[in-house]
Design a binder for this molecule. Structure first.
Ligand SMILES: Nc1ncnc2c1ncn2[C@@H]1O[C@H](COP(=O)(O)OP(=O)(O)O)[C@@H](O)[C@H]1O
Ligand SMILES: [Mg+2]
Length: 335
């Protein structure tokens, strides 16, 4: 698959009143054509800075950002304009023009690239159809809900026929149900139009729902990158563990207690491995939490369990789970 973006050793240092702040530290990664690529991290991690380097709204301090094999820094103004027209963006705050109707907002992105009026109208209607908002074409944004506003922004973004859609916290202002609907819409657009989508978010649930691969940004560094399924089942960096593990603290029943996270995929969900554990080893574990979720379309379960007190029994339990194909990791180790 072709690389849409290729970042090589990207650094970004902001300089204000003699003060320097390095927001991106040696980031190298590629984003492939047709994938939904997630960029996740805490607030202030550098996600928005990173996404702005992708269309050169932000100049990199060193390193390079290539778009379809061309270094953005080498582009002439006209070439840069063309690149920017092929990269659409949506935001948390929707950025609609409140004095214009819905359809006029959608037409805006086509006006910029010089599409004639009649064609604009027709295409705008088509785009509003895709996002399911045709009946609101003459409404003003103030009368729309948050989810509807974001649909208009998506229609506007698509109307310019972009190669890439960048979404910076596009669902962060929406409640979970509406977030789910917008993510479903983005997934549909990705599949039907083969559009490459980059999703910036601070929520792991967003990444789990629709991303193919994910990069975890921690304090300006690339902490981890990989298939979402891999990162979810086997997070290796501290930052990834923080995002993937259940957030509430599970205290073991005594201070020497040991807690592990056990992950199993859909193919193992009908195996009664806790019952089998008792039957085969005579040992029990204490289940502190259990849930299932869909990660990249595959069902996954995770359990937080407290191991028995004796060290050799703990080893027996962990070995038993691992032999059954489950992924076991220590919960305490990320704190
Ligand atoms: N124009 C700027 N000048 C100086 N510092 C900035 C500027 N923009 C962002 N930063 C700093 O860079 C860091 C990363 O910011 P940002 O990329 O917006 O993070 P995120 O999107 O992950 O919340 C933050 O500490 C922020 O304060
Ligand atoms: Mg941001």
């Amino acid at each position: 698959m072709e690389n849409v973006f290729e970042l090589n050793n990207v650094f970004k240092t902001y300089k204000n009143d003699g003060k320097e702040f390095t927001a991106l530290k040696d980031i190298s990664l590629t984003i492939k054509e047709g994938e939904i690529f997630g960029i996740i991290g805490m607030s202030g991690a550098g996600k928005s800075t990173l996404v702005r380097t992708l269309n050169r709204l932000e100049e990199v301090t060193s390193g390079s950002v290539n778009f379809y094999g061309k270094d953005l820094a080498s582009l002439k103004p006209k070439e840069l304009r063309e690149v920017r027209h092929s990269i659409s963006m949506i935001f948390q705050g929707f950025n609609l023009v409140n004095q214009r109707t819905v359809i006029q907002n959608v037409e805006q992105s086509m006006k910029i690239i010089g599409i004639p009026r009649v064609q604009r109208r027709e295409k705008a209607r088509q785009m509003l159809g895709i996002v399911g908002l045709l009946e609101k074409e003459n409404e003003y944004p103030a009368r729309l809900s948050g989810g509807q506003k974001q649909r208009v922004a998506i229609a506007r973004a698509l109307a310019a026929d972009p190669k890439v859609l960048l979404c910076d916290e596009a669902t962060s202002a929406l409640d979970p149900k509406i977030t789910g609907e917008i993510l479903d819409l983005l997934k549909k657009i990705n599949e039907e139009r083969k559009l490459t989508i980059v999703i910036i978010t601070h929520e792991m649930s967003v990444v789990e729902k629709i991303c193919d691969r994910v990069a975890i940004i921690d304090d300006g560094n690339l902490a981890e990158i990989g298939e979402v399924k891999e990162v979810f089942s086997n997070p290796s960096s501290k930052a990834a563990k923080k995002l993937v593990y259940p957030s509430n603290p599970f205290d073991p029943s005594d201070e020497n207690g040991k807690i592990v996270r056990v992950v199993f995929d859909g193919t193992q969900s009908n195996v009664p491995f806790i019952a089998n554990l008792v039957e085969k080893t005579g040992l029990k574990v204490n289940i502190l939490s259990a849930n299932t979720k869909s990660v990249g379309g595959v069902g996954y379960g995770q359990m937080i369990v407290e191991l028995p007190p004796a060290e050799n029994d703990r080893k027996t339990v962990i070995d038993f789970f691992r032999e059954g194909g489950l992924i076991v990791s220590e919960v305490n180790e990320y704190e």
